[in-house]
Unconditional design. Structure first.
Length: 231
């Protein structure tokens, strides 16, 4: 384990059609490690809410918390850099996440990254289980479906992102991810961020399959950033 450091506030942003429940196993481990946690529910049931409005909801939920660590999963990666452009964050961590370009819509991302060429299908329940939930215990899969929400907003409105925010950024890919496979993700991260991603065992829903390992990795990222700040 990394050495002790000052506590952080972790702002956790979930993925598409989901909720803050995705983080419910990671939250207590981060608290055990001494941190505060804010897990936000993105208001994307409203089709009128674009990426900017989703980011505003995260900023509002984080009000009064100085320099948090913003962690975003999957679709949340489109929201997180906008959040960091609107408040002072200590660190941005993208977890198996989509990476936006300025003014790009979420729907445009799939073609711009050539994701469709991977031939990954989400059309059936069996597809979803294979693509999203590999490695997740069956009771947690069923509970996840119970917490699923309508995802209507944030697809067609251009991102308000003007440029990548000036915040240290880490990307954490999942080695068994069937939604964003490692080979695709490494190329995506290199193209859009110009960095080499960190890696962790687990599939796309790693917060459910490997919550302690994920929380400890986030804690390590924090301690490494604290050390970098003192140099």
């Amino acid at each position: 384990m990394p050495s002790a450091s000052e506590p952080a506030t972790f702002v956790l942003i979930h993925g598409g059609a989901s909720s803050s429940w995705d983080w419910h196993l990671v939250d207590p481990v981060l608290r055990e490690l001494g941190h505060d946690v804010i897990a936000v529910d993105l208001p994307f049931e409203d089709a009128g809410n674009g990426i900017g409005e989703l980011a505003d909801a995260v900023v509002a939920a984080s009000a009064g918390r100085p320099r948090p660590v913003v962690v975003a999963h999957s679709f949340g990666g489109l929201v997180a850099p906008v959040v960091c452009s609107r408040m002072d964050a200590e660190l941005l961590v993208l977890l198996a996440a989509m990476i936006p370009k300025p003014a790009e819509t979420a729907n445009e991302w799939w073609g711009a990254t050539r994701y469709h060429e991977l031939g990954i299908s989400f059309s059936t329940r069996e597809d979803e289980l294979e693509v999203f939930y590999n490695g997740v215990p069956a009771p947690l899969v069923e509970a996840s479906y119970e917490h699923e929400r309508e995802h209507n907003g944030g697809w067609d409105t251009p991102s308000p992102l003007a440029a990548w925010p000036s915040v240290p950024t880490r990307y954490l890919l999942c080695r068994e991810d069937h939604c964003f496979p490692p080979e695709f993700t490494r190329a995506h991260v290199a193209e859009r961020l110009g960095i080499v991603p960190d890696e962790i065992d687990g599939g796309h829903m790693v917060a459910l399959s490997h919550p302690r390992a994920l929380a400890e990795r986030l804690h390590r990222f924090w301690t490494e950033q604290q050390a970098a700040n003192t140099k």
